[in-house]
Write a protein that binds this ligand. Structure first.
Ligand code: GUN
Length: 299
């Protein structure tokens, strides 16, 4: 295997986190201690692992973390009340509600309750709309991480044809918006696409985010394409459990110019960008409260 073809998400995430640590030091020197609150409702085992990792990374970066683990029986009104309290707390800069939520809580209502300025996941409609308008807003972490890896690999993305496979709110749709903002031509392929494979074969850049193990094999790819594999699928491989992506890595490798492995590709980037968003939110809130103070003093 050519190591030159491998896009190493662990190295890239370490670079981003190094910058975050420096930004945290600067903020602290200005008297601002960035803080991230994470809310987890219910017992989803994967979510518990994700949240633990987010809290650990925050602490390593010097970001104060607040963790709220609520039982699966929590009423929607109780959750909304907690979100309201954290929205109003000037010492909390980022607020993340881990998904999925128990079925009796309406996801959209809960996400819309988070103050857009603290929405470090970038899921509030104000941030979603801002991104689609090309404004500088808090942006979903996984797509931001993918864009970083692409720009590190290819430099300027202008004019490239990117095919995004999958249209989820968390990855596919914001990914398409970010690629458009980076001046790519973007095609979004999904379960109802007439010929997903033929569209994918035209791509300079492929982002696979469908959650179907090894769906995209080498025959889907143009020679020299750059492939970002967002999928993390656990499969049984002759009695051994292992993680694979949405891309069939072995058949893709001879065709591509570069590809992310699973694990060790996109995964570490998501948390790194969550920390980056938390620092950006803290900085922005500090600037807003300063300008509010100036307005009041000149009133
Ligand atoms: N569940 C799976 N991915 C995510 C994510 O990026 N953010 C949140 N809040 N929940 C998730």
């Amino acid at each position: 295997m050519s190591p030159l073809k491998l896009i190493d998400g662990k190295v890239a995430a370490a670079e981003v986190l190094q910058q975050v640590r420096e930004d945290v030091r600067t903020l602290k020197a200005d008297g601002i201690e960035p803080a991230l609150a994470v809310i987890l409702v219910g017992d989803d085992p994967a979510s518990h692992v994700y949240v633990r990792n987010k809290i650990l990374r925050a602490e390593e970066a010097g970001i104060r973390s607040l963790e709220y683990r609520l039982p699966a029986t929590t009423r929607e009104t109780e959750l909304l009340a907690l979100i309201g309290t954290l929205n109003d707390d000037p010492h909390v800069h980022g607020l993340l509600l881990q998904l999925p939520l128990p079925p009796h809580i309406e996801e959209t209502r809960a996400l819309q309750a988070i103050a857009p300025s603290k929405d470090v996941d970038g899921f509030h409609s104000e941030n979603v709309g801002g991104l689609s308008q090309g404004r500088d807003v808090l942006t979903p972490c996984t797509p931001s991480g993918c864009l970083y890896l692409l720009e590190q690999t290819l430099g300027d993305l202008s004019g490239k044809h990117a095919v995004v496979i999958g249209r989820s709110n968390i990855v596919g749709k914001p990914m398409a918006a970010l690629l458009l903002k980076a001046h790519c031509s973007v095609t979004v392929v999904h379960s109802r696409s007439a010929d997903a494979k033929a569209l994918c074969q035209l791509a300079d850049i492929v982002i696979a985010a469908v959650g179907r193990p090894r769906l995209i094999d080498g025959s889907w790819l143009k020679e020299g394409a750059v492939v970002i594999d967002v999928g993390i699928n656990r499969i049984d491989d002759n009695g051994r459990s292992r993680l694979v992506g949405d891309v069939d890595f072995d058949s893709a490798l001879p065709k591509v110019a570069a590809i992310t492995p699973v694990p060790g590709g996109v995964g570490p980037m998501t948390i790194a960008f969550l920390m980056k968003n938390t620092v950006a939110a803290a900085r922005q809130q500090a600037l807003s409260s300063q300008s509010e103070a100036v307005c009041l003093s000149t009133y």
